[in-house]
Every structure is written in structure tokens, then in C-alpha cells.
Design a protein around this ligand. Sequence first.
Ligand SMILES: CSC[C@H]1O[C@H](OP(=O)(O)O)[C@H](O)[C@@H]1O
Ligand SMILES: Nc1ncnc2[nH]cnc12
Length: 291
Amino acid sequence: MSDRVIGVIGGSGLYAIDALEGATWTTLTTPWGDPSDAILVGELEGTKMAFLPRHGRGHVHAPSDVPYRANIDALKQLGVTDILSVSACGSFRDEMAPGDFVLCDQMIDRTRGRTSSFFSSGCVAHVSLAHPTCDRLRSAALGAAQGLGITVHNGGTYLAMEGPQFSTLAESRMYREVWAADVIGMTNMPEAKLAREAEICYLTVAMVTDYDSWHPDHGEVDINQLLATLGANVAHGAALVAAMPAALNGPREACPQGCDSALQFAIMTAPEKRDPALVAKLQTVAGRVLG
Ligand SMILES: CSC[C@H]1O[C@H](OP(=O)(O)O)[C@H](O)[C@@H]1O
Ligand SMILES: Nc1ncnc2[nH]cnc12
């Protein structure tokens, strides 16, 4: 068994991965509350994999209420080193058409009121988020997606909005024309921030379901059409996940980009000034540097 553990956070439409061998739904608790659901833990080609449905089976949690901290803590408890976030999204680009995949390398966070850090007063930390997703994971996913014949775009900016309503036409135009976002969804922030704080490599695999509301030929988001496209996309998403162990083959080396050492010099609060209760809560995600 390799020391790499692949975590998959399944978004809308992706609630299980059938290909996992010897898989069992495992219930975990965390100091940040319960994760979205039990986690399906199994193995594929000698690599341990852990699958967590972001909204829970049956789509219980709204984007604003997903327990993002608990989800990342629970995956870290399972030893997850690399997370693929398989997420539905709208597109701001003609060429990123419904059915296509976009492997995102940048993000804009427009969410409001979500707790976006494990750290706070009593244990303050500042990690870099200049490159919020992992390039090594992106290269591997690119090769795997191309091998499966998926139309895939290498790079793109994901705008995370609060939701649950879709954007107004004015917002959609602004995100596209002024902010140069490529795709839009409601969930990958603060997820990506928390994964970085937990020193887990993270990649957004955005599955395009619609053109949001800016496109003159497509009108506004039609949820029935979106769900139909999602149904087709999800099979590709599951196939991509199943191809990842082979794509990441070989022993896991330290992340060249430093995702897995993000906390090395990040904690600012002097050891004697740290809040013991908060430090105890941080053991899973930051125990490596907190001791
Ligand atoms: C079903 S459309 C809106 C919904 O889908 C996306 O969820 P996820 O990112 O978990 O795939 C989007 O962010 C919204 O939550
Ligand atoms: N247009 C859109 N906006 C936000 N989230 C989405 N998820 C799928 N399509 C979306």
C-alpha cells in the first residue's frame, strides 16, 4: 500500500464511488462537529481512498451549511494527503462547454459568513494561498482525463459564490468580463483554504453544467437542464477518480509546491501564549507543527 491517501469530495450528483474495493462507510467525529456524512473508505490499485459526499447522501447540506472544517479534519484523520474536489459549476467561457471539465488553478472567494480557518485568536496562523490548488495533482488529473477522452481544460479561475440562488445577470457579466473568472460554484471556498491549512494537496475538478446567465444563446440557469448535464458528467467524474491511483503512481514525494508543508512557518502565536483548548482542537490538522 502506498503512503499516498487520496480523498475525494464529491459534489452535487456524486454521492458514492462504486469502483472502491473493500469499501466501508466509516463514521468519524471531529472537534469541529460532524462531517457531512460517513466516509467511504476503500482501496484502488493499492492506494487507499476516502470518499466524502460534500452535501451528504440525499443532498442534505446547503452550500452555506456544509461543515467544511469537520470534513477536512475527518479526511486528515484518515491520513488523506491529496484531495480531488469533484464539483458542478457554471461556465463564463464559450469554449468551456457543458460536459467539459476544468482543472482550476485559481480562485476568487465571494462567500460570506462561512468560517474559513481552523485558526483564530489563541493560535493565529497565516498560510500562503497564492496558488490555492496543487499543480502536481492537476498534472496527474490532466493526463487521466485526457486518457479517458474527457474534454478537459488545464487551468481556470473558480469563483465561489455564497448561493444558494444563482447569480444575477449583472453579477454574471461582472464575474466574466471584469473579474475574469472562468467558472462559478458555491462550495470550493473555504474548502480549499482549509485543505491548505491542513497541509493537504487540493484540486478543484470543475464539471461544467451550464453557462450561468451571461450567455446570449443560453439564457438563465435552467435547473432541469443542469441536472441532465450533471447526470452525464458524474460518470466521467467517477471514471476520473478511479484513474487517479494509476496517474499518481509511485511513492509519494513531498509536494514541490509546498502544499504539504504550508504550516511550517505559519503559526504566529508564541507557544506560551497559545490557548490550550484551541491547540487541542488543532491536533489533527496542525499537530505536525504544534507538537
Ligand atoms: C446543483 S447546482 C448548484 C450546486 O452544485 C454545486 O455543488 P458542488 O460544488 O458541491 O458540486 C454548486 O456549488 C452548488 O452547491
Ligand atoms: N451557474 C452556477 N452557479 C453557481 N453554482 C453552480 N453549480 C452549477 N452551476 C452553477
